[in-house]
Design a protein around this ligand. Sequence first.
Ligand SMILES: NC(=O)c1ccc[n+]([C@@H]2O[C@H](COP(=O)([O-])OP(=O)(O)OC[C@H]3O[C@@H](n4cnc5c(N)ncnc54)[C@H](OP(=O)(O)O)[C@@H]3O)[C@@H](O)[C@H]2O)c1
Length: 270
Amino acid sequence: MTKNSIGLIGCGAMGSALVKGMVTMGDVDPGTVYLYDISVDRKNQVAAEYRCNTAASLEDFIPHCKKIFIAVKPQDIDGLLASLKPLVHPGQIYISVAAGITINYIESCLLPGTKVIRLMPNTPCLIGEGAIVISAGDLVTEDERSEIESMLKPLGTTIRMPEKLMDAATGLSGTGPAYVYLFIETMIDAGVSVGIRRDVASKLVIQNVIGAAKMLDSNTQHPAELRNIVTSPAGTTSAALLTLEEEGFRSCLIKAVMEATKRSEELRFG
Ligand SMILES: NC(=O)c1ccc[n+]([C@@H]2O[C@H](COP(=O)([O-])OP(=O)(O)OC[C@H]3O[C@@H](n4cnc5c(N)ncnc54)[C@H](OP(=O)(O)O)[C@@H]3O)[C@@H](O)[C@H]2O)c1
């Protein structure tokens, strides 16, 4: 184990997505990565899949790691930080994905002066199409922040935001894929309602979402401009859009994101 080893605590959905992205899509050497999870089966399974090392205990690997990713549920963070405290040494960077757990709180539970970065990823990180919001504590240098961003690049787009917007980032982006899935699911049902076979409706709707997103990603036009292009006078799109406005589509979505943000604030710790 070298002084530059990478540790990851919690090999569940998000932890394994981080490992996968960094070692299979990025250029992190799996031989430098040490995985730990209280579920031995899960740890062994993820380590075998991505050819990483396993650690039998926190004492085994934390003192040797420069960067340590924390990917346990928020309710498990207190016990974990207490166990980490005696193992922390200066120069390490702790990178947490735990929703609602502030940088300040993590710093205060570890050694004074510990460097902490907070991430809000989302599940498309699993296929390298995630959106990852990053906030860094005051003690993290620009070089260190850039190095972590480069490591995360294979998982998707990284976006820097001040920590005070982390709850908003959770409501909009951490939770975002769920809104898109609900939209897709509903559109497929709508296709079936107007007589299209479910499998065909599914293909059409998914391609619509991919195509529309790629159009937006590949040019600088506002979504409203692209929408106007497909809305002919007294046409089908205009009839559909009027119904969506009457039924409160936009206000419903805005309220949903505001509610998710509020919920994230309620769960906040520290
Ligand atoms: N999933 C998402 O879409 C998403 C998006 C953004 C952020 N996040 C954040 O990512 C974090 C992890 O979420 P997840 O969905 O990946 O959870 P998960 O699938 O439950 O994975 C967490 C893993 O950590 C293990 N664990 C619990 N306490 C531990 C400890 N003290 N030491 C080592 N391992 C421990 C758990 O074991 P047991 O199951 O045996 O307890 C489990 O294997 C959360 O804080 C969440 O807020 C998740």
